[in-house]
Unconditional design. Structure first.
Length: 286
């Protein structure tokens, strides 16, 4: 319990720091924008110094092209803003303008975006400028909330049309700071951080404080732990024949008999409980 409490306090500190922006692990915005490669649905601005009538704002087509004054259709997909400037200087300088001065600015980044859902302060889509990581995205989304579960799920579309699911333990990423888990994101990634939820374990019979234990789904106790949380056995408890009632996937109730005395003595392993289990501790026969 003390260890879990310490982790929750640390997580709270991480949430505050990430929300305040102290844990942003990203490149400088200028560098990221400079490396961004233009693609479908981006909105770009093209300015001509001395030829303002040619200046325009244009949306990149699904084929990665834009239509510009005088020269018509231009393929811009995969170019950075500076690379496109050089390309346009060449195209306009060949036939239309003398020593053209061209400035390209990306107004809307629609081509490379990632989405984040679940246990963060700000769910939604974010522009992926340059090489960014999972921790960067969590920071951009305002940090983790306090009710997150045990894992982060990343859904990724592969070039062959197949999808891939990555599961990243939050404890290893946040608490242990494993750099291998701070993966580089790819355009189209969907990051889901499922929120934890409160579940119930019911304990009745010969324990000191019978009733429902309200616990987080990610931290369901074992049978012996649950009995300890319920104050432990009374003097009349039949420790060797504790019953656990559990419904299977088909809704059929099963009755399991567990020797908790042997668990306590280390003779057998503790019994893992599940959501909505009912634990009944009967009286001893003697």
């Amino acid at each position: 319990m003390a260890n879990n409490k310490g982790k929750m306090i640390f997580l709270g500190v991480v949430v505050i720091l990430m929300s305040a922006g102290f844990l942003r692990l990203q490149e400088s915005p200028d560098k990221s924008v400079a490396e961004y490669k233009i693609g479908p649905r981006d909105l770009i601005e093209v300015k001509f110094f001395g030829e303002e009538k040619l200046s325009t704002q244009v949306r990149v087509s699904e084929l990665g092209r834009v239509t510009l004054p005088m020269i018509g259709e231009v393929d811009v997909s995969g170019l950075t803003a500076s690379e496109l400037e050089k390309k346009l200087i060449g195209l306009y300088g060949e036939k239309y303008l003398q020593k053209p001065q061209v400035f390209v600015r990306i107004l809307e980044f629609r081509n490379q975006r990632v989405s984040i859902l679940g246990g963060v302060a700000k769910q939604g889509s974010f522009d992926l400028l340059g090489r960014q990581t999972l921790m960067w995205l969590i920071s951009e989304a305002g940090g983790l909330t306090k009710d997150v579960g045990k894992e982060i799920i990343v859904l990724r579309q592969l070039p062959d049309g197949q999808s891939m699911r990555l599961s990243i333990p939050i404890e290893d990423l946040i608490f242990r700071g494993d750099p291998k888990l701070n993966i580089t994101l790819e355009p189209g990634d969907i990051v889901n951080i499922p929120a934890d939820k409160e579940v119930l374990i019911y304990i009745s019979g010969e324990v000191k404080t019978p009733g429902a234990l309200r616990i987080l789904k990610s931290n369901i106790p074992s049978l012996f732990q649950a009995i300890t949380q319920a104050g432990g056995f009374t003097e009349r408890a039949a420790e060797s024949r504790v019953f656990v009632k559990r419904k299977d996937e088909n809704g059929v109730e099963r009755n399991l008999t567990i020797n908790v005395r042997d668990i306590r003595k280390g003779k057998i392993k503790d019994f893992p409980l599940k959501e909505n289990d009912v634990v009944i501790v009967p009286q001893t026969w003697f």
